[in-house]
Ligand binder design. Structure first.
Ligand SMILES: C[S@@+](CC[C@H](N)C(=O)[O-])C[C@H]1O[C@@H](n2cnc3c(N)ncnc32)[C@H](O)[C@@H]1O
Length: 238
């Protein structure tokens, strides 16, 4: 595997100075984060009284919202020290373990596991699905939001996009924006579904996520992307 693959799967990628932490401090003031919350909020109504695990929780902003929605308990898994430190200041009620999901020693069982743009940093996705399955209680749910396969290699907003192809279902994308450079493994939705099915998960929803009205209002450049999926929401049932 090439250099970009190593970068994409470096669990400390978000500790690099190339990431603009002001965006991370913005919580729901970040237009893109508010965009994805619009899609997750209706689902979060079912989190009341539930135990919620967030894999690659970043600063923990989503778990703070889960607590507000009445979750019984929340736990974040986050390898980046910077993210964890920021999260401690911003969301002191959110418990986050500073480890990778691979290192995480499963404690208890969860009703809901969420992976919001974090599966693209995990190399052995089949092993990750197996571990998530073991981490969940019966009748529980995995909610994954992954970058859209076509969108990620699309020319957009003057970003410099470098692609390293892996196979028909997978490539690595490095996206250099003025404020941040990120490197992710981009997989087709069918690849995610196939691997999750192998681990006994049943797909209950696959929803393309185009920019919401709110995002286009807050950041009009997204109007160019109207109706175009930027990400895919995948819900699996255990
Ligand atoms: C694109 S960010 C998303 C953060 C957060 N979910 C959000 O939406 O704001 C991806 C996150 O995955 C984390 N990550 C990277 N490798 C990981 C791993 N092996 N296990 C768990 N999390 C990982 C990164 O540190 C980063 O915080």
């Amino acid at each position: 595997m090439g250099n970009l693959f190593r970068k994409a799967t470096d669990p400390y990628q978000y500790d690099n100075s190339g990431v603009n932490w002001r965006e991370y401090e913005a919580g729901l003031e970040s237009p893109t984060r508010a965009n994805f919350w619009e899609y997750l909020k209706p689902l979060s109504l079912a989190w009341r009284g539930k135990e919620v695990l967030d894999i690659g929780s970043g600063t923990g902003w989503l778990l703070e919202l889960a607590l507000k929605q009445g979750a019984k308990s929340v736990l974040g898994i986050e390898p980046s020290k910077k993210n964890v430190e920021l999260g401690k200041r911003l969301y002191p009620d959110v418990r986050v373990l500073n480890v990778t999901f691979e290192e995480f020693k499963v404690q208890g069982r969860y009703d809901i596991a969420i992976a919001l743009f974090s599966l693209g940093h995990i190399h052995d996705i089949e092993a990750a699905f197996k571990k998530i399955y073991l981490t969940l209680k019966p009748q529980s749910e995995l909610i994954a939001v992954v970058p859209d396969y076509d969108y990620c290699r699309k020319d957009r907003f003057g970003y410099k996009i470098t692609v390293e192809d892996v196979d028909y279902d997978e490539y690595i994308a490095m996206v250099e924006r003025p404020e941040t450079t990120t490197v992710d493994i981009i997989r087709s939705t069918s690849k995610y579904v196939e691997l999750a099915n192998k681990c006994e998960f049943a797909l209950v929803e696959n929803k393309p996520l185009p920019p919401t009205e709110l995002l286009m209002k807050k950041n009009p450049r997204y109007k160019k992307m109207v109706g175009i999926a930027m990400a895919q929401l995948l819900r699996f049932r255990k």
